[in-house]
Design a protein around this ligand. Structure first.
Ligand code: PGA
Length: 259
């Protein structure tokens, strides 16, 4: 079962996950981080900024989950730009060691296979940061995505495009297609850390953690993985049936156990 940690604030969640990432990088200086975009992971990146000062990150590698297809590479909201602006530059990572799926139309036919090959060359992701969409997606694996899927092009749901419209001048500007690591790709990471904040995520979190394992709620794929940490604030955890048990488990976690 996933470990569910219910925290008071997004900042607390950020600190908790950042501590785990620092521990990983200290033991494995060439650790492979699975990077997510969106609002959710920002507290982790914020918390990492101070915690990583003095830690050698020159060999850390990173792989983003997804990218919009056909977006102007200079657009501020292309995930390549977001990852470089929010993660690579502030944390001082080596840009050459961080990859984002290539959403340019010219290479799209083989971009998924290329990305899978690069992930395999790197030896896979050590710790994958995940957000969850209001429709239950992880990465951009929309409802119906196969649990065996690898990196490929998907069509965004109207809901996801509406959710992401805040990043664009006009809702119609949100791209229709994306390239995303598949659920099968994500499940290969050694440790999944799913974060969720706010009441809008409560239903998706409850479905992912406690609902049936179903492609209709892609986040439920986490139930198939042996090492998952879900970090949610009270609002995002508000529909969890066994929330009291998760709090009890966390309160009694042996000190020798890591996340
Ligand atoms: P958000 O998106 O972090 O911006 O809420 C999460 C997601 O769509 O995976």
């Amino acid at each position: 079962m996933a470990e569910i940690v219910i925290v008071e604030s997004a900042a607390d969640a950020g600190g908790l996950v950042a501590d785990e990432i620092v521990r990983l990088v200290r033991t494995r200086p060439d650790a492979v981080l699975g990077l997510a975009t969106g609002s959710t992971p920002l507290p982790v990146y914020d918390a990492l900024r101070s915690r990583l000062s003095g830690v050698d990150v020159s060999r850390v590698r990173g792989f983003a989950l997804d990218e919009y297809v056909g977006i102007d590479p200079r657009h501020l909201e292309s995930y390549r730009n977001v990852i470089f602006r929010e993660v690579v530059e502030p944390l001082g990572l080596d840009p050459a060691r961080v990859r984002v799926p290539d959403g340019s139309l010219e290479g799209i036919a083989h971009a998924g296979d290329d990305y899978e090959a690069a992930l395999a060359d790197a030896g896979g992701v050590d710790l994958q940061i995940l957000g969850i969409g209001t429709d239950g997606h992880i990465g951009f694996n929309e409802p119906g995505s196969s649990f065996a899927s690898l990196t490929r092009v998907k069509t965004l749901t109207a809901q996801t495009r509406a959710d992401n419209a805040r990043f664009f001048d006009h809702p119609d500007d949100v791209p229709m297609h994306c390239i995303t690591q598949g659920l099968g790709t994500i499940l290969r990471a050694k440790h999944l850390v799913l974060l969720a904040f706010g009441a809008a995520k409560a239903e998706a979190v409850a479905g992912a953690v406690e609902g049936p394992v179903t492609a209709s709620l892609p986040g439920s794929a986490i139930q198939l993985h042996p090492h998952v940490t879900v970090v949610a604030d009270e609002a995002a955890a508000s529909q969890l049936r066994f929330a009291d048990y998760y709090r009890y488990t966390w309160a009694h976690k042996p000190e020798w156990r890591e996340l």
